[in-house]
Design a protein around this ligand. Sequence first.
Ligand code: PGA
Length: 255
Amino acid sequence: MNKSLRPAVIAGNWKMNKTPAEASALIAELRPLVADAGCDVVVCVPFVDLPAALEAVKGSNIRVGAQNCHWEKSGAFTGEISAPMLREMGVSYVVIGHSERRQYFGETDATVNRRVRAALDEGLTVILCVGELERERELGITAEVVATQVKVALSGVKAEELSRIIIAYEPVWAIGTGKTATAAQANEVCALIRGVVASLYCDKCAGGMTIQYGGSMNAGNAEELLAQPDVDGGLIGGASLKAKDFSVIVAAASK
Ligand code: PGA
């Protein structure tokens, strides 16, 4: 399947970093460095940074995403943020099912699915995170684990909505650890995910889907990872907090 059929997307996942003022400053630094990007560039920022980020990206090629959304439109869910709230602000992307949400905040495949559904209903583009734990890789069940996560997360998602789904393959053992998957490991699982999408929908649907790798991607290893035939971009944590490093990854994805 031809890589040029799908957009390369580099997304920064800032996690719980940067105040609104710091967010504006980082985006101001980033803007000129990625102005000529040959890929889509997204920054997924903390909720409270969204207004500042949306203001700071005006007139640029950078898009803004949130890091989660609730499955209901409104209601008694203290501390949560809904998809309609994000849409009304002008947010275009939302990360769903990040392993830190699954690990520390009790997210399950079922709640991830409901959040995906809610985000799609509001016209948002979803960056859906999947990935195995270290123990699961050791047990040789990576393929089953990842396939199940993808199948449950996409249940009830229509083929025509897939253009608003990006899947990020993020092996949990590689996140924030400095331990990157090898390019071959990353490609193998991204290809497997594409196969699952093909089996659920169609070959053309799978061929058009952007599948990112995430987990300690940085300025030094991005080029090799992004050169893999099934790796169409990256979800970048730590390295997205430094404008220069992030822009080197964007440049690598633009080739
Ligand atoms: P990392 O995080 O690049 O810091 O490993 C990636 C992510 O969690 O999305």
